[in-house]
Design a protein around this ligand. Structure first.
Ligand SMILES: CC(C)(COP(=O)(O)OP(=O)(O)OC[C@H]1O[C@@H](n2cnc3c(N)ncnc32)[C@H](O)[C@@H]1OP(=O)(O)O)[C@@H](O)C(=O)NCCC(=O)NCCS
Length: 366
């Protein structure tokens, strides 16, 4: 077989999957035969998780059983709370999440990964974040509420009050749109670990570590910082020009696969606009989008750089009252569904993932 060098694995297909289609040329995203944007408008986190894991949207009866199964798994074991409490308060939330998910790994059969494990871990992700957030700020952690949906319960545990329907729907739309996205870096990391027949906790720990990076999941908080630093519409062009002139990147723009606008950004712009009403921050954000797109076309004419999902994710999360430190962990709450789907997929037709490297060093003298 002829070998080729593919730095960053761009354009390399490493698996077949029926979970999602990411069409970067045309800006399309399909989850198991459904447009992701349509699912975000008319379906909940639980319905779409069911679709990804079981292959079809649930009937009412299936949905009810699935919601109960998830809700029953929300509570954290005592020893995991102790592990979280032992992490110094200056550590970021992704570090806490990575450590807590690792600590969830128990004595049960480690291979193959199961749907039951996927449900149990997905159910606990919001609880880990909310528990830590409460402990860090000196509040009593809220116990999860069975009767609330996944998203409503997450907001409830974070704030101590039941959120409005508008906030739950908006965050639900974000969580649906980011559940799954093909062979992104964190999903690939999870699949690589799974391909060694290691356990699902190790695979998810690797995936969380990959999502933590600013080029993947940590962009939304940097988008907020960028918009805050710009401060007003009249400063946008100068600020962005200075950034691009110095060779730096604009956060929330560009994508490895999408060479047109990210369909998730289009959908989230609508969701964010509904919540924002006359919010000057959102007005500034849409202005920054326009100026950034225009200037990126000027500075990088061949690259087709547009806003990605992170740009408006920041606006939605800000509008529902999440602080910046919670942006990437909230992304992890949704992407756990896709990670688990890929881990199960990998395990079901496993071949160890083992690419090669090209040696550019010296050969021994003799
Ligand atoms: C997402 C991202 C990592 C994809 O990167 P990639 O496919 O590896 O593309 P490259 O890093 O090879 O960049 C290609 C070119 O576009 C430029 N570019 C890409 N994204 C850019 C951005 N956001 N701002 C400025 N320039 C950008 C690069 O500087 C490079 O230019 P060059 O060829 O003149 O050196 C990249 O677009 C990025 O860093 N975006 C900002 C972070 C972000 O929003 N991440 C969330 C992704 S959902």
């Amino acid at each position: 077989m002829e070998k080729m060098l593919a730095i960053g694995l761009e354009g390399i297909v490493v698996a077949e999957t029926d979970l999602s289609l990411v069409d970067g040329q045309n800006g399309l995203l399909v989850y198991r035969g459904h447009w992701a944007q349509d699912l975000a408008i008319s379906h909940t986190f639980e319905e779409v998780a069911y679709l990804l894991w079981f292959g079809a949207l649930p009937t009412e009866e299936q949905l009810s059983g699935f919601q109960t199964a998830l809700a029953q798994q929300r509570a954290l074991p005592k020893e995991v709370k102790e592990v979280i409490d032992a992490i110094p308060h200056d550590r970021d939330m992704m570090t806490v999440l990575r450590t807590a998910v690792s600590a969830l790994g128990g004595a049960e059969q480690s291979w193959p990964p199961t749907l039951e494990q996927s449900i149990a871990i997905t159910a606990k992700m919001p609880t880990i974040i909310a528990y830590r957030e409460a402990r860090k700020t000196g509040r009593e952690p809220q116990e999860p509420r069975m009767e609330l949906s996944h998203t409503a319960n997450y907001l409830y545990m974070l704030k101590g009050v039941v959120a409005s329907n508008a906030h739950v729907r908006a965050l639900d739309a974000y969580l649906v749109l980011t559940q799954e996205h093909g062979m992104n870096a964190s999903t690939f990391a999870g699949r690589v670990v799974t391909s060694t027949q290691s356990d699902i906790y190790s695979a998810l720990t690797a995936a969380i570590g990959a999502l933590k990076g600013p080029l993947h999941g940590a962009a939304p908080s940097e988008v907020t910082e960028m918009i805050n630093a710009i401060g007003s519409k009249d400063q946008a062009e100068g600020w962005i020009r200075a950034r691009l002139e110095s060779g730096q990147r604009l956060m929330g723009f560009g994508h490895r696969v999408y060479k047109t606008i990210d369909p998730r950004a289009t959908a989230l712009r609508v969701v964010a606009a509904e919540l924002a009403e006359d919010d000057p921050w959102f007005d500034l954000a849409t202005h920054v989008e326009q100026v950034g797109t225009k200037l990126l076309a000027e500075y990088k004419p061949k690259r087709k750089l547009h806003t990605n999902v992170e740009f408006f994710a920041a606006a939605v999360m800000r509008a529902v009252g999440l602080n910046e430190e919670l942006f990437t962990p909230t992304f992890a709450v949704s992407r756990t569904v896709g990670w688990c789907a890929h881990i199960l997929d990998q395990a079901g037709r496993n071949r160890i993932i083992r690419p090669e490297s090209e040696y550019t060093g010296n050969m021994p003298k003799s």
